[in-house]
Design a protein around this ligand. Structure first.
Ligand SMILES: Cc1cc2nc3c(=O)[nH]c(=O)nc-3n(C[C@H](O)[C@H](O)[C@H](O)COP(=O)(O)O)c2cc1C
Length: 358
């Protein structure tokens, strides 16, 4: 694990190892989407990661897609997150916040009846979990061009709030079928005008958000996540490789801290190689994600395919993942049934390895 455990600089962040905790929505926020004691303890336990990317966090009120996910738009949320960042820093860790707008994945039942918004009025197939059971996703309202500066402004306020909450930087969530990704891909973006059509125009909203967030933080503290192949949330694109190339180049020019790149489809439906074009077009630190084992990640870093890895599911059941990798210890598996359930079970009760005797 020499490559994986070697330090790396990403923008102005210095990471002691290349094992990054991927953003993981766990639905344990308190009412009003405020991080509380459970979240403080959960992130504190995982501070041994080279870097934590904290879960998708609402930049604006009224965009809940999971009903107990956190936000970063109120003073109480900022204060709650500050307790989290203090705990991680006290353990010697580093933590970014993932800035997120849920777009068409939000549901009226979680947002006081409000219709979700999206680039085009196309619904996600299937059902979402709501406080009153499963419900079909609804057809979103198409955002007008005039509303888009307001979306950018919400990310700016959230980025500023993340700084007030003591984060070490932010990651712009451009993946997994949420608002910015919905603009990127032509399965969900069928608008005409300056934010639809050719790739450069579909990428415009993401890049406007990234530029505005860079203005708040400096490029060296801003990461971006994209997932050109992921079909989760009914997402698809007619040319994921060309999209990857365009976005990777544009982000490379901006000198961001790193590109958090989802190389595959978490549902295993859409296939292809988008990692190679990302590597070719992005000159900064490339963080690979989706389905890596530590062994594969170590070899991929040694071979120069990626610079670091983001691990998601392994961090759920192994709070001390890096210590385990260092020791060559076996890894625990998480119980999917408690990924999104309220309370401490399946959240803060996965033990660290027992301290060695003597
Ligand atoms: C429970 C759970 C919650 C997730 N929440 C987020 C999230 O908030 N933001 C995000 O970008 N990805 C999210 N993901 C995707 C993960 O960050 C990661 O991309 C995925 O688990 C694949 O990586 P892995 O194979 O190492 O688990 C989530 C995945 C899981 C399993």
């Amino acid at each position: 694990m020499q490559s994986l455990l070697a330090p790396i600089s990403a923008g102005t962040l210095s990471l002691p190892n290349r094992v990054i905790m991927a953003p993981l929505t766990r639905c344990r926020a308190e009412p009003q989407h405020v991080p509380g004691d459970l979240m403080v303890e959960y992130y504190r336990q995982r501070a041994g990661a080279g870097l934590i990317i904290a879960e998708a966090t609402m930049v604006q009120a009224g965009n809940s897609a999971f009903w107990s996910e956190p936000g970063i738009h109120s003073a109480a949320q900022v204060a709650g997150w500050h307790r989290v960042t203090d705990a991680v820093h006290a353990e010697g860790g580093r933590i970014l916040l993932q800035l997120w707008h849920g777009g068409r994945a939000c549901h009226p039942l979680m947002n006081a009846g409000a219709q979700p918004v999206a680039p085009s009025p196309i619904a996600i197939d299937g059902e979402v979990h709501t406080p009153t059971g499963k419900a079909a996703y609804v057809v979103p309202r198409e955002l007008t061009d005039a509303e888009l500066p307001g979306i950018v402004a919400a990310f700016v306020v959230a980025a500023r709030n993340a700084r007030a909450a003591g984060f070490d930087g932010v990651e712009v969530h451009g993946a997994n079928g949420y608002l910015l990704d919905e603009f990127l891909r032509d399965g969900s973006n069928q608008r005409s005008g300056p934010w639809g059509g050719p790739i450069a125009q579909r990428a415009r909203l993401l890049l406007e958000v990234v530029d505005a967030v860079i203005a708040e933080w400096g490029a060296g503290r801003v990461a971006v996540r994209i997932s050109p192949l992921n079909s989760f949330n009914s997402m698809q694109d007619s040319d994921p490789v060309a999209l990857t190339r365009y976005v990777a180049r544009a982000l490379s020019e901006r000198g961001i801290a790193f590109l958090d790149f989802m190389r595959g489809d978490i549902l295993g439906i859409q296939k292809g190689d988008v990692l190679s074009p990302a590597r070719e077009c992005f000159e900064g630190v490339l963080v690979g994600n989706v389905g890596y084992t530590a062994e594969e990640a170590d070899a991929a870093i040694a071979a120069g395919l990626i610079d670091a890895v983001a691990l998601g599911r392994p961090f759920i059941a192994n709070p001390d993942l890096v210590a385990r990798l260092r020791l060559g210890a076996s890894l625990a598996r998480s119980d999917m049934a408690s990924w999104y359930t309220p309370g401490p079970v399946g959240y803060i009760d996965y033990p660290a390895l027992a301290a060695a005797p003597g």
